[in-house]
Design a protein around this ligand. Structure first.
Ligand SMILES: *Cc1c(COP(=O)(O)O)cnc(C)c1O
Length: 447
């Protein structure tokens, strides 16, 4: 190690020799020039040659408060100076406890619904979902309904990349090859046919209708139903109306099974309410949160569980949830999450994002007029457009991304879907410039 900065050419060559990149073929790794980022501030990535890029990807959907928010940097350094880590097994510490209190106090709530008052910590979105599945499964196993050992999820679902959560996901480009390892009913398999994620209410009507029917017909086997509330992120920012989630809650209540809300992406104001479930006035039995939770700064996650589920684990040692991670409740992550919540409160992050969301919605709707665009959609600070229906492996989006990069905007399409997930705090001027560049880049594809 030396302190002399490496040249971009040298660094990229070493990157290609030794890094194994997520979701990237070796050919693309060799061919696509990465941005050599040396700094990030707000919505901007700064590269070694001094160029600046507006990051429309929200650093993979987690950068809700802007890079290097001074409050978060300060919270991190203060915490690191006193207690950077200690195991949560047998110990307690203020950041983890205070954060649990605050998460419980802001969790979706209402008369007669489940009360989410237990918090289990882990370190990424996939594990927060994995934990929810294990809680639901074990609850039924030790509370008299062991046949309830299957989960249902929607076609187009994405809940992460570990083996367990791939089993309830259905973005085949990600999980298809692992099929023999996966348990239970894969998402959508219960439909008896392959069904693309719908593009309109008629499609969603049919799909949710079949989900409701399936739950009622198989209630004795179903440990839980898991959904991404209102927005299916990885399958292309597919959006559905809140009424479907409301009806799903009613069906789960009717058969008394658990509704698991994966708010890893949608939480922390991304969709215009703090939790996407709140659009539907729905309280899930389990809620998974990560991404925005730690302000895009630290790997950190939490699974919120209802009092009822926790009660089902009371008793002797054999009834404990046998799950834990080295970094469960890590004080750095918890301290940042506390500061994230304080920032939302004091800077009115969500409220102040609403006019920006309106601007975003207008601009994306306008792009819908372009000859190359099939359809557009938006909700809160998420907007997307489809250039075709070829899915994740289509190259169309990448053409737009290459063009946008030349204009100073970083995009990462989902195949032929181009999406924008800016920080909730993005300045109007940056947002407008980002959208102008995307508009031009999409237009350059022609009809
Ligand atoms: C990103 C994401 C996950 C997985 O989170 P990781 O931190 O990448 O493991 C799970 N569910 C949803 C809805 C996501 O968007």
């Amino acid at each position: 190690m030396t302190d002399v900065p490496r040249s971009t050419a040298d660094l990229v060559a070493a990157d290609r020799r030794h890094l194994w990149r997520p979701y990237t073929s070796s050919e693309d790794h060799a061919a696509i020039e990465p941005l050599h980022v040396v700094e990030a501030v707000g919505v901007e990535l700064v590269t070694a040659d001094g160029a600046r890029f507006l990051d429309a990807t929200g650093a993979w959907w987690c950068n809700n408060l802007g890079f290097r928010h001074p409050r978060l940097v300060d919270a991190l350094t203060r915490q690191a100076a006193s207690l950077p880590h200690c195991a949560i097994a047998g110990n307690t510490h203020e950041p983890a406890v205070r954060l649990a209190e605050e998460l419980v106090s802001i969790a979706p709530r209402g008369d007669g619904g489940p009360s989410l008052d237990r918090v289990f910590y882990s370190d990424n979105g996939s594990t927060s979902v994995e934990v929810a599945l294990k809680m639901a499964f074990q609850y039924w196993a030790q509370n008299g309904r062991p046949a309830r050992n299957r989960f249902l999820s929607l076609p187009g679902a994405y809940h992460g990349d570990t083996i367990g959560v791939m089993s309830v996901s259905e973005v085949d480009a990600f999980s298809g090859i692992f099929q023999p390892l996966l348990f239970g009913d894969r998402a959508g398999a219960w439909l008896g046919e392959t069904s693309a994620t719908p593009h309109d209410d008629m499609g969603w009507d049919a799909l949710f209708g079949r989900l409701y029917d399936h739950i009622e017909a198989h209630e004795d086997e179903i440990a839980g139903v898991i959904v991404e509330p209102l927005v299916q992120g990885a399958s292309g920012m597919r959006m559905y109306d809140a009424k479907y989630l409301r009806a799903l809650r009613a069906v789960c209540d009717r058969v008394d099974t658990f509704l698991i809300a994966d708010e890893v992406f949608t939480g922390f104001g991304r969709t215009g309410r703090f939790w996407a479930c709140q659009h539907a006035d729905v309280i899930p039995d389990l809620l998974c949160t990560s991404k925005g939770l730690s302000g895009g700064m630290m790997p950190f996650a939490a699974t919120l569980a209802s009092a009822r589920i926790y009660e089902g684990f009371r008793g002797d040692k054999t009834r404990a949830l046998m799950h834990g991670h080295t970094f469960c409740g890590n004080p750095l992550g918890a301290a940042i999450a506390l500061e994230v919540l304080a920032t939302y409160r004091e800077e009115q992050t969500l409220e102040r994002s609403l006019p920006k969301a309106a601007l975003l919605a207008d601009a994306i709707a306008e792009m819908g007029e372009l000859a190359s665009v099939k359809r557009t959609r938006s909700l809160g600070m998420v907007a997307a457009l489809d250039l075709g229906d070829e899915g994740y492996l289509s190259g169309l989006g990448w053409k737009v991304a290459a063009r946008a990069r030349a204009g100073g905007v970083a995009l990462r399409p989902l195949g032929d879907t181009v999406y924008v997930v800016p920080p909730l705090t993005i300045e109007d001027e940056h947002l407008t410039r980002m959208l102008d560049v995307i508009h031009e880049s999409v237009d350059s594809l022609g009809g």
